[in-house]
Design a protein around this ligand. Structure first.
Ligand code: ADP
Length: 739
């Protein structure tokens, strides 16, 4: 190889080495830079970690200080808790799940009377042993072992029931133990000695009060009986005396005796009832009853007052409302008597209307009944209206003092309605009138309900004659609901003018100004309307019947007319028409009894009445009260005599005093019912009772009596009952009719 070649080769080799060197230097520089970056990142991380370590250290310091503060607080709380537990008068202890006492306050330990063994560490069962061994607890009739067994059983329950211990020193401790989830037990021993003593004292006081209350009730019942019996003599004799010939002055005396006696009886009843309601002693006695009949009975009792005051009383019983419900008829009658009695008392002219409606929307089983009593009386001032349902509250002003009353009637009525879960309301305008009402939801009684009848063929048009608009309205609405055409007239002359061939029956009020109902009947007959039946509505049918002209009408109905009477009469339209058609205008005196199928002719025997009554004065009162009636009357002095008389005399009706010597009225009635059983006979027996206490009525009716009257007896009520039970076939009660 030439030198030149060698030089060139060396130069190439040197160039290649220089390039390699450059390359390596560049790589070295890049590696150096990377290293620098890593070193910086590492330095930053170290810095950060140092800061974090610092924070954690600081946090640690803070937690440490918080912990010691919390420990201090716990210590204070524990001290306070313990102090509180020590301070309470009742015992407090806790046991661990091994039933070992951990701690107890002094009150707890005091029970053990300084026995050192009872301290933290002692076992619960050992405590029980100490209690019995040392005689600290009175185990009563239980043996000590049984008692401990009972207490141990209890202790191991998940939730031990409280137990009361009697200690040797007559202290009573109630143990309330609570077992926690981890098995620890907290035991509280309450000292209930004073409440046990108080309870015992209360029990004794209650027993004494109940005995006193029973004595009071018995006293009230007796007093009621004792006052009513002589009062029967006073009021009855005064009533009879009023019927005799008296000078004006004597009449005033007799009336005053009667009125004062009756007022006294009302007061006695009110006070009795109110005290009973107050003592929560008033119990309702629900039974099936006829609401409409109940209302009419109340109205009948008020008839004499209504007549004296010249007031009209109307009953508007919703035609499609059932009448048989389940409720306490005695108490419902009492509410009605109070409200209707007030309406009559505080009304001097106009009318009283009792409206009974059924309200839809009540539940299936019960019917919501609204009874509203509207009057056209003195009304109640607006500011007094909230006040009158309170006890002894009356609208007190000079005007009011003319009215008697205890001021208890509304208070009693409201309480009775509330007892029946109903409500009472009142609306009134002074000088215009009042409307008192109450709602009751009563279940319907089983069995048939009186339904509006299908009117007989040929009865399409009724002429209603009454001077009182509200009466015409009620009749018109009821008759229209039955599907007949109704023409209303306000007077006799108007009726005469309105009479047409078209009219099938005339329904006329008896007592009308100008021309009364009977005069209208005579005029109608004279005018040639001889076939049209005429029915008279009278608030005093006995009086109307006395008029000879009554023979030309086909019936006299008691006002306010009950739906049953009205339906019954209208259903008999055929018989009424044939009775009317036998009328002979020339012979007004012909006995109507022979013509009127509604009034059967006498069969030659008088109605037989047996009155069982031991009190001679009351016998005399009774005898005098019925002396105008064409009846055969026999008295029995006691229950035995009554049963004998029933056998021999076979009465149509029996009046039975309830309390009589030897055999009382209820027993006598049971005997009479036994005699009748199986022979299909049922003689009505009406109880005469001096008791006005609740429950009497139910007792009496349960003994087989049909009805009851409370003394003092009233002539009108006795006569009404005799009339009601007058048997078909007996001579008329009116002596003249018999002649
Ligand atoms: P009493 O009738 O015995 O006074 P009540 O409690 O029955 O007691 O009635 C309280 C008062 O409410 C009555 O005194 C009377 O002032 C007033 N009052 C009750 N009913 C009526 C009524 N229908 N019209 C006017 N005022 C009445």
């Amino acid at each position: 190889m030439s030198l030149a070649q060698k030089l060139s080769e060396e130069r190439r080799a040197r160039l290649a080495a220089e390039r390699l060197l450059e390359l390596k230097q560049a790589e070295l520089t890049s590696a150096n830079r990377k290293l620098g970056h890593h070193a910086m990142a590492l330095t930053r991380r170290i810095g950060e970690t140092q800061a974090e370590v610092e924070t954690v250290r600081f946090e640690n310091e803070r937690v440490k200080s918080d912990l010691s503060e919390a420990n201090q607080k716990i210590e204070i709380a524990e001290r306070r808790l313990w102090y509180s537990i020590q301070t309470i008068q009742d015992g407090f202890a806790f046991f661990n799940s091994d039933n070992t006492l951990i701690g107890a306050n002094t009150a707890y330990l005091n029970v053990f009377d300084g026995l050192e063994e009872v301290e933290p560490g002692v076992c619960y069962t050992r405590i029980l042993q100490i209690l019995t061994d040392e005689g600290l607890v009175n185990t009563g009739s239980m043996r000590a072992r049984d008692w401990r067994h009972m207490m141990t059983q209890r202790w191991f329950k998940a939730a031990p029931p409280p137990v009361v211990l009697q200690l040797w020193n007559n202290q009573y401790i109630k143990l309330i133990d609570h077992r926690a989830a981890d098995g620890d037990v907290v035991s509280l021993a309450l000292n209930i000695t004073s409440s046990v003593r108080y309870e015992a004292e209360l029990k004794a006081a209650r027993a004494r009060a109940e005995a006193a209350n029973r004595a009071k009730s018995a006293f009230l019942a007796n007093m009621s009986h004792e006052i009513r019996t002589p009062m029967n003599g006073v009021v009855g004799m005064a009533e009879l005396m009023s019927d005799t010939e008296l000078s004006e002055e004597q009449r005033l005396y007799a009336d005053t005796i009667k009125n004062s006696g009756e007022a006294l009886l009302v007061i006695i009843n009110d006070v009795l009832d109110y005290s009973k309601i107050e003592a929560d002693k008033l119990v309702l006695h629900p039974e099936p009853f006829d609401l409409e009949r109940c209302i009419h009975e109340v109205v009948m009792l008020l008839q004499p007052t209504l007549r004296d005051k010249g007031l009209d009383l109307l009953v508007d019983y919703d035609l499609f409302l059932p009448t048989r419900f389940i409720g306490d008829p005695g108490r419902i009658r009492q509410i009605l008597t109070n409200l209707v009695g007030n309406a009559v008392k505080f009304t001097n002219s106009g009318h009283v209307l009792i409206r009974i409606t059924g309200v839809p929307g009540a539940d299936e089983a019960r019917t919501a009944i609204h009874i509203a009593i509207e009057d056209t009386g003195i009304g109640i001032p607006r500011k007094k209206i909230d006040h009158i349902f309170g006890e002894f509250n009356q609208v007190e002003d000079d005007r009011n003092r003319q009215f008697e009353g205890t001021g208890l009637g509304l208070a009693i009525s409201r309480r009775l309605v509330e007892l029946m879960k109903g409500s009472v309301w009142v609306e009134s305008e002074e000088g215009v009138g009042s409307c008192f009402g109450f709602r009751l939801a009563l279940p319907k009684a089983d069995g048939a309900q009186p339904m509006p009848p299908h009117l007989p063929e040929g009865l399409n048009h009724v002429l209603v004659v009454d001077d009182l608009l509200v009466n015409r309205d009620v009749l018109e609405r009821q008759l229209k609901q039955l599907g007949v055409q109704v023409t209303c007239c306000a007077s006799g002359p108007e009726a005469l003018a309105a009479m047409t061939e078209d009219i099938d029956i005339v329904l006329s009020d008896h007592n009308m100004p100008g021309m009364d109902g009977l005069e209208l009947a005579v005029k109608l007959r004279e005018a040639g309307w001889v076939d049209t039946p005429i029915l008279l509505l009278s608030s005093n049918p006995a009086f109307t019947q006395n008029d000879p002209a009554v023979r030309i009408v086909q019936g006299v109905l008691q006002k306010p007319i009950s739906r049953a009477d009205l339906f019954g009469k209208l259903a008999d339209f055929g018989a009424l028409t044939s009775a009317a058609s036998v009328y002979d205008p020339d012979d007004i005196s012909t006995s109507v009894a022979a013509k009127d199928p509604m009034m059967p002719a006498g069969a030659g025997r008088r109605m037989r009445i047996l009155a069982a009554e031991d009190n001679k004065t009351n016998q005399l009162v009774f005898k005098k009260m019925v002396q105008d009636l064409n009846i055969d009357l026999v008295f029995a002095d006691n229950g035995f005599a009554a049963v004998d008389a029933y056998r021999d005399f076979k009465p149509d009706l029996v009046f039975m005093d309830i309390s009589m010597p030897k055999m009382d009225g209820k027993t006598a009635t049971r005997e009479i019912r036994a005699l009748q059983s199986g022979i299909g006979r049922h003689t009505p027996v009406i109880a005469l009772t001096a008791h006005a206490m609740a429950g009497d009525a139910e007792d009496i009716l349960a003994a087989g009596l049909d009805d009851y009257l409370t003394k003092p007896l009233r002539k009108s009520v006795i006569c009404e009952r005799i009339q009601r039970y007058h048997p078909t076939g007996a001579d008329p009660l009116d002596r003249d009719a018999d002649a």
